[in-house]
Design a protein around this ligand. Structure first.
Ligand SMILES: [Zn+2]
Ligand SMILES: [Zn+2]
Length: 235
């Protein structure tokens, strides 16, 4: 997910298709990356950040938990040691981001919160005072739910549309329960598997609950929340 503010761009997670998605969205630069956790579908695009570091001449700052950074330095060990002349590597500056910590990036505050993904601790983010991003989630502790309350937009992961439990992800009814309790003005479902038939499932969702999709743009202003993207402009 890409956050755009008047002063910069922050990428949350960096999956294998990151390069193609950023090209499609005409994104010329990235100021920082926040990582939720180190599973392959969230970090295997990190090498492609090199084009941004080449064009700007500056490193990209990457913020994540100590556990996630440990995996990043293992998987991308060549980025952090002298490998001799030639080749191209991204310049990544790693910063540990602890649960409960708030940082300022691109003119907004971002608070790191903790949730569970099976037995793994994963970082969720409260962005400004209006937006929550929580993916790869099977349990949200009460103290984290308290951080999510009163926000305008909540994005939460669900891997299947049916009610059969999954060991490390919410299924749709569980994600909708969370949204029902938090009652944001807009609730978005993300991290869906192929088992979602987008139009059929979305037609059955409660009001102001939507399935996210590649290219969806959520704009927040003092006037409210608006959605734009290929599916919405077709409507
Ligand atoms: Zn995961
Ligand atoms: Zn994932």
């Amino acid at each position: 997910m890409l956050i755009t503010t008047p002063t910069g761009r922050i990428l949350i997670d960096c999956g294998p298709e990151m390069r193609l998605q950023l090209l499609a969205a005409y994104v010329p630069s990235i100021d920082a990356v926040l990582l939720t956790h180190a599973h392959a579908d969230h970090i295997h695009g990190l090498d492609d950040l090199r084009q941004f570091t080449f064009s700007s001449g500056n490193p990209v700052d990457v913020f994540a938990s100590a556990q996630t950074l440990k995996r990043v330095t293992h998987v991308y060990d060549y980025c952090f040691k002298d490998t001799g002349p030639g080749g191209g590597k991204p310049q990544l500056h790693l910063y540990e981001l602890n649960y409960g910590q708030t940082i300022g990036l691109a003119g907004i505050t971002i608070k790191a919160t903790r949730h569970m993904h099976g037995s793994l601790d994963v970082t969720s983010f409260v962005i400004g005072d209006r937006f929550v991003y929580c993916t790869d989630v099977s349990l949200i502790p009460e103290e984290t739910m308290a951080e999510f309350e009163g926000k305008d937009v909540v994005v939460v992961g669900a891997v299947r549309p049916d009610s059969k439990p999954h060991a490390s992800h919410f299924v749709l009814p569980e994600a909708l329960d969370v949204l029902n309790r938090l009652a944001p003005r807009l609730g978005l479902i993300t991290h869906m598997s192929h088992s979602f038939e987008h139009g059929t499932v979305e037609a059955q969702l409660p009001k102001n609950r939507r399935l996210a999709y590649d290219g969806l743009i959520v704009s927040l202003s003092e006037h409210g929340i608006s959605l734009a993207g290929p599916s919405d402009s077709d409507a």
